[in-house]
Design a protein around this ligand. Sequence first.
Ligand code: SF4
Ligand code: SF4
Ligand code: SF4
Length: 305
Amino acid sequence: MDRRDFLKTVGAVGVGIAAADASASTAVHAPPDAFGVLVDTTACIGCRKCEWACNQVNKLPVQPLEEFENKDVFAAMRRPDAGNFTVVNQWAREGREGNVWAKVQCLHCNDPACASACLVSALEKQPNGAVKYDPWRCMGCRYCMVACPFQIPAYQYQDALSPEVRKCTFCIERISAGERPGCVEICPVECLIYGKRDELLTLAHERIGAYPGRYVDHVYGEHEVGGTSWLYLAGQPFPSLGFPELGEQSPARITENIQHGIFRRFIAPIALYATLAQVMWLGSRKDEVAAAAHKSEQPGEGHHE
Ligand code: SF4
Ligand code: SF4
Ligand code: SF4
């Protein structure tokens, strides 16, 4: 059994469990009063002040603000990492000269796949909208990194003693104290607007309605993966700004249904791993038998008793 066959077999096991538990959970866990941020990429000037403010608030390695004025970084697309929870990327403006910029960070999904994949609830959606990380619970399995459809969580591989998963915190301490996130506070052109998610959605659609030539008729994050607390407006299709095309269902539904199926039937993880090991063993045994049969069919190589 090769890796592909193994994954197919495991996938079939998972789909079977998930199908059996289709009724287990289909509700989206969006808190009714979640806050969010509306990012109007048509207003962004690529100043990277939001990156600097984020590092300040989250006590990440801080360089002087002037270093963030260096635009050489736009030569390549960047992703958030363990030392930078947000990055701004530069894209070609479609149909006109010039560039546009788009800030990237955790979108604080309504129904976060990272939280659903985490077996120890180290990541949890909070009533205020933030997807909060608890390093004390984290066991370092990094399932969250695989599950996130936006490739956001990063791991402190360089920290041998107490590595953590790192991602945008939504400045949870600031918003809990009634303040705005650091990036929103510093943005000089108000391209980042903080508020109640439902009010931001209304505002976004009002802007699209008022300026149809300026915006594509799409609020990214309104429906993608079940909705996100961070919402985006753009003047050109989102894939041209590096946003993945995703469906409306959260990947969390799949992982959660599998987990519910396992735990509801009191199948401990150890039993699951034993089952998977047995699947592997049976597969390799099948391969051995098939190989032996194939060998015996070769001319002149049959059994001689
Ligand atoms: S963007 Fe990724 S890391 Fe952030 S809440 Fe969604 S699934 Fe989790
Ligand atoms: S690495 Fe930590 S936060 Fe991520 S899934 Fe594993 S335990 Fe949860
Ligand atoms: S601070 Fe505002 S204008 Fe400057 S790069 Fe960040 S989002 Fe864009």
